[in-house]
Ligand binder design. Structure first.
Ligand SMILES: Cc1cc2nc3c(=O)[nH]c(=O)nc-3n(C[C@H](O)[C@H](O)[C@H](O)COP(=O)(O)O)c2cc1C
Length: 301
């Protein structure tokens, strides 16, 4: 397999990105098998090259793994019992910066998709992990934070009862319908599949992506005249304030935006649809409550 980790590149040269995105889900029950040496080396290689997102902010990523005998060490890292038998974790340290969380989401998600392409299961953990335990493992610096970590390992044939309950609780298998997410010119008009044309697939890959508590805060407005897709964050009421005050969590909905940008960009690249990120807020009239601009994809460049 040839891997092209650069921004906009393919995750693998074999499997279409759409298939990898569809295959990914939050796996919380792993079997006891360690990650094999080749997979580990490929993933580590990818992590070391994939450290910058579209906003130009950087993060460091480190894979920690354990042999079958050392699995208890990983257990002690603390995931509040949510993750069963993880073979490893990708720990990410984001450098402080204005859009560091969006870029963190973008780069971590790319690595998750890479791991999915290797046949591994993964699970984003932005809330149910103990920050201090992971901070030591990556030698966290004063100008860095760990917004989330990712569990990795071989998928167990059966989900644990806790995993099934969590999936049910988060409605993990359902997503908002496209008319709630994608719009034409302004937020007043949904973007029909006909009007989205060849961009339906990148949009659908955003729609089926993961998000914290499955809140799906991404909204996209296509401006037909200059063929630009404007990405907005529509915050879930009180979600961030509550999570920060009660649990010291990072602003995970910004991380979600980076994930959406990753899915959109790499799917477009895989389909041969050209475009570039731009960061100029357009005037599209009144925005809905709790909604703010993040980035724009200018097609055809
Ligand atoms: C930024 C982020 C943080 C998340 N944090 C957690 C977490 O702390 N614990 C957990 O069990 N799942 C976590 N998830 C997983 C989501 O609950 C999951 O993506 C969502 O329910 C959709 O399910 P799926 O990933 O299986 O498609 C997180 C996902 C994202 C994107």
């Amino acid at each position: 397999m040839i891997f092209l980790p650069k921004r906009g590149g393919r995750i693998t040269n074999q499997t279409p990105v759409t298939e990898i995105i569809k295959k990914r889900y939050s796996c919380r029950t792993y079997n006891q098998t360690p990650i094999d040496k080749d997979q580990q080396a490929s993933l580590e290689g990818f992590l070391s090259e994939n450290s910058t997102g579209p906003f130009g902010e950087s993060a460091r990523f480190k894979l920690i793994t354990a042999t079958a005998e050392e699995q208890n060490d990983l257990k002690d890292l603390g995931t509040y019992g949510v993750i069963k038998n993880p073979a490893g974790f990708i720990i990410g340290a984001a450098k402080d910066g204005p859009s560091n969380l969006e870029d963190f989401g973008y780069t971590m998600e790319k690595s998750i998709l890479f791991a999915t392409g290797l046949g591994l299961g993964t699970c984003w953990l932005g809330g149910t992990f103990t920050k201090s335990a992971f901070a030591g493992k990556i030698d966290l610096q004063a100008d860095e934070s760990i917004p989330a970590v990712t569990a990795v390992g071989h998928i167990a044939p059966q989900k644990s009862l806790l995993e099934k309950t969590m999936r049910w609780g988060a409605g993990a298998d359902s997503r908002k319908p496209r008319q709630m997410l994608f719009f034409r010119n302004t937020f007043d008009q949904p973007l029909t599949p006909e009007a989205a044309g060849e961009w339906n697939i990148p949009l659908e890959m955003v729609r089926i992506g993961p998000s914290a508590s499955n809140q799906q805060p991404w909204r996209i407005v296509r401006h037909a005249e200059n063929d630009t897709f404007h990405f907005y964050l529509q915050r879930t009421q009180r979600y961030q304030t509550r999570n920060r005050i009660l649990f010291g969590m990072a602003d995970l909905q910004l991380v979600d935006m980076g994930i959406a940008m990753c899915h959109f960009e790499i799917t477009a690249a895989d389909l041969g649809l050209a475009g570039e990120w731009r960061f100029d807020e357009p005037d599209i009239g009144q925005l809905p409550d709790q909604t703010r601009y993040v980035a724009s994809w200018e097609a055809g460049i």
